[in-house]
Ligand binder design. Structure first.
Ligand code: AMP
Length: 425
């Protein structure tokens, strides 16, 4: 079976690695892929912003199954286009992906279906925001409606700052493109959990939970990034709470989308805040998280392809996913300067020694294979991922492997999962 993976990040490398373990898969093509994916797949350049080019590429390659990694092609309707031409695809349609691509849509949907989420107002002008702000207490969260690559959420210490942030979003000064809608939201405190599920549009199967670290600096300080590390353990959600989230958040979401005539198939990523009044939905993503996927997939014992195909074919209820007990972590190695500007084209060494550490997989993100040499090609360069019986062992393995890797200006957070480790002691 020939599988096509669209994307080029650590998430897609982890997907390719997991797909390659399926005995039914004989060929993997990645577009555009990266330096690590090139070691297990044929990588072909492709601009995923260009839906027509993507469709032409798929028609030429004729894969038996296509997995869409990132949100951008989902938001542009690549799944709709491919399904209309008879291709089997894993991922939601453009309309279903609105759970991620419009925060206003997601908030109103959550309210319609009685699914717990912070209080909010969806506003389409600065004047509307200023009026809505009267009933919010600071801090106040202001969110761009559309995709913003992690830059669209602003936590504001006062109404004045919230009004300024809103102006920046509507004018385009903050994100480049002007927003047409802004969500104002109540600020919540608690632990954040990423609760990812697969769905075939009717049935929901949860994956193991994860917690990511978005800030660049240790102690969760500094600017937001795409994610600097993540961990997954059994103990981060007890079975009763996991079941509650499934019954009261994930299943009603999938049921609600089906009732509204936009069935959701693919990965539903529920970004939750565990508050004193229970789990609340902060956001949905309509695809695998990055780097959550890396830590989740190294814990998967059953065949990923079985589950993904079952989603696309509407028979997920027949599939049982099996997970290794214990823990996994993924620590990201980034370029100096990230999330600001950074150099690329720097040689990376030590990957073979890193891969020798038991339980370790190094997933590539911003890397490129150029003339037989592996070079940096992005802000987040590698995700050093380790599975083990315990969180402390998984961390020891990941940081041991990280110690083998070098490139000029390499940076990683040394405190991934440290709070959880402290709590477990
Ligand atoms: P989102 O893209 O909506 O998940 O927001 C990105 C990050 O902003 C989340 O992971 C949280 O850390 C933070 N955040 C978003 N909404 C809230 C909220 N209502 N209260 C507190 N923090 C929030």
């Amino acid at each position: 079976m020939k599988v096509l993976i669209l994307g080029s990040g650590g998430r897609e490398h982890a997907l390719a690695w997991a797909v390659a373990r399926s005995p039914r898969v004989t060929q993997i093509v990645c577009a555009p892929g990266n330096g690590g994916m090139a070691q297990i797949a044929r990588c072909v350049p492709l601009n995923l912003k260009d839906v027509a080019a993507t469709v032409r590429f798929v028609e030429a390659e004729r894969p038996d199954f296509t997995i869409v990694g990132p949100e951008l092609p989902l938001s542009l309707g690549v799944v709709d286009e491919l399904q209309a031409r008879g291709f089997r695809v894993f991922g939601p349609t453009r309309a279903a992906a609105m759970l991620e691509t419009s925060k206003g849509f997601a908030k109103r949907f959550l309210q319609r279906h009685g699914i717990p989420t912070p209080n909010y107002a969806v506003c389409s002008s600065v004047a509307e925001v200023v009026k809505a702000l009267e009933i919010f207490h600071s801090p106040i969260v202001v969110k761009a409606d559309g995709l913003a690559a992690g830059k669209g959420v602003i936590i504001c210490p006062s109404r004045t700052v919230a009004a300024e942030a809103t102006e920046g979003l509507f004018s385009g000064a903050l994100l480049g493109e002007p927003e047409r809608q802004v969500v104002v939201e109540e600020f919540l405190e608690g632990e954040e959990i990423s609760f990812l599920c697969l769905s075939d549009g009717k049935y929901v199967t949860p994956l193991v939970p994860a917690q990511d670290h978005k800030r660049i600096c240790e102690g969760d300080t500094g600017p937001n990034t795409g994610g600097m590390g993540v961990y997954s353990t059994d103990s981060m959600l007890n079975p009763a709470m996991s079941d509650w989230i499934l019954r009261h958040i994930a299943e009603p979401t999938i049921r609600g989308m089906a009732e509204e005539g936009v069935p959701f198939t693919g990965v539903l990523y529920c970004g939750l805040m565990m508050t004193a009044r229970g789990p609340q939905v902060l956001e949905f993503n309509a695809r695998f998280g990055d780097p959550e996927t890396q830590a989740i997939l190294v814990r998967l014992e059953s065949d990923l392809m079985d589950a993904l195909e079952a989603c696309a074919d509407g028979r997920l209820s027949q599939i049982e996913m099996r997970w290794s007990p214990g823990a996994a972590v993924c620590v990201v190695a980034s370029s100096a300067g990230y999330p600001g500007s950074y150099k690329t084209g720097l040689p990376i060494t030590g990957l073979s020694a890193a891969a020798q550490v038991p339980g370790v997989q190094v997933f590539h993100a911003g890397t490129a294979q150029v003339g037989g040499q592996l070079l940096t090609a992005g802000g987040r360069v590698l995700g050093v991922t380790a599975a083990a019986d315990s969180l402390s062992q998984a961390l020891a393995r990941a940081y041991q492997a990280m110690g083998e890797i070098q490139f000029e200006g390499m940076y990683c957070r040394r405190d991934i999962a440290h709070r959880a480790l402290g709590a477990a002691k």
